[in-house]
Write a protein that binds this ligand. Structure first.
Ligand code: SIN
Length: 309
């Protein structure tokens, strides 16, 4: 396996499987098509890419995102985006979402078309240390299963759910009440085939995947634990330290991530801004598409009228 990608951008891999820093581009300026193509190629190769010292504002963040897809509304449950930017979700350690610490997850897999990508940018305020984000590579996880387990996983489907259960949130918050009241539920293939590369990703995550279909509850629990252990193996992960001007852009079809569990101990409030890109409906190894059980597809809901380049 080659670990080098030859581009005119300076692409610096951060681990054998996952993550690369991109240098030699200025995101305060409009990107050329070559730059867009090279960034996209790096994203497909490394699954999550990082930029440093890119001090962009909300408008520039949005302009960057639109070169790679169609931004969704901020979040299916988040009604408090920054003024004038309904596509941007503010993620603050002091927020009122009542998060009890992060679990490994892929963004919004309760919907039938989970976001294709997420672009998370540090605000002016991030802690000097602590508050890191972890990412893992679901393709590497799939490819290192034994052949017999890959064959089993290829034929499985799983139910993903966002909301409608207790445990992750402090129920006193408005956000938590909204999540509980309107669950999003979909069935996705356990192994999804990525359209551009044909790679197979082990598309399950502890945050939202609740149940393997067509097996009994105990079997489902064992299988999910096995897959969760596989996707979170340290060798597939990369850990990102935030600084002002840092950006992480992940392929949400091929990764899971875990925000910090040390929110309560940070020396300053940690503020990040996230844009998610509208996703396609996952396709399994047998060509079947995911289906929605509860809730609508996650899209711009009329808030984003910008052109996709
Ligand atoms: C997210 O889950 O998108 C946020 C991750 C983080 O806060 O580091």
């Amino acid at each position: 396996m080659s670990t080098l990608v030859h581009t005119r951008l300076d692409v610096r891999p951060l681990s054998v499987f996952t993550g690369a820093e991109i240098h030699g581009v200025d995101l305060t300026q409009p990107l050329t098509q070559d730059e867009v193509d090279e960034i996209r190629a790096a994203l497909l190769r490394w699954k999550v890419i990082f930029f440093r010292d890119q001090h962009i504002d909300h408008a520039q963040h949005l302009a960057f995102a639109r070169r790679f897809g169609r931004p969704t509304s901020a979040h299916p449950y988040d009604a408090n985006p920054p003024e004038g930017y309904p596509q941007i979700r503010t993620i603050s350690s002091a927020s009122t979402t009542g998060r009890r610490g992060e679990r490994w997850h892929t963004d919004v897999t309760g919907v039938v078309n989970p976001p294709a990508g997420s672009i998370l940018r540090a605000g002016r305020q991030v802690p000097a240390f602590g508050g890191d984000t972890l990412f893992t590579n679901l393709v590497a996880a799939y490819e290192h299963l034994s052949p017999a387990l890959r064959a089993l996983a290829d034929g499985l489907w799983a139910r993903h759910q966002f909301g409608g259960f207790n445990g992750d949130f402090d129920n006193q918050t408005v956000y938590a009440q909204r999540v509980q009241a309107s669950p999003l539920v979909s069935e996705h293939p356990v192994v999804r085939v990525l359209p551009e590369t044909g790679e197979r990703a082990l598309f399950v995550n502890p945050g939202f995947t609740r149940r393997i279909k067509d097996v009994n509850e105990e079997e489902s629990r064992h299988l999910l634990n096995l897959f969760f252990e596989e996707i979170t193996r340290p060798e597939y992960t990369v850990r990102f330290r935030w600084q002002p001007g840092s950006i992480a852009f992940w392929d949400n079809r091929a990764t899971a991530h875990q925000g910090p569990g040390d929110f309560a101990y940070l020396d300053v409030e940690r503020v990040l801004y996230r844009i998610t890109l509208e996703g396609d409906v996952p396709v399994g190894v047998d060509g079947r598409h995911s289906n929605a059980v509860l809730g609508k597809p996650f899209s711009a809901f009329g808030v984003d009228t910008g052109a996709v380049a």
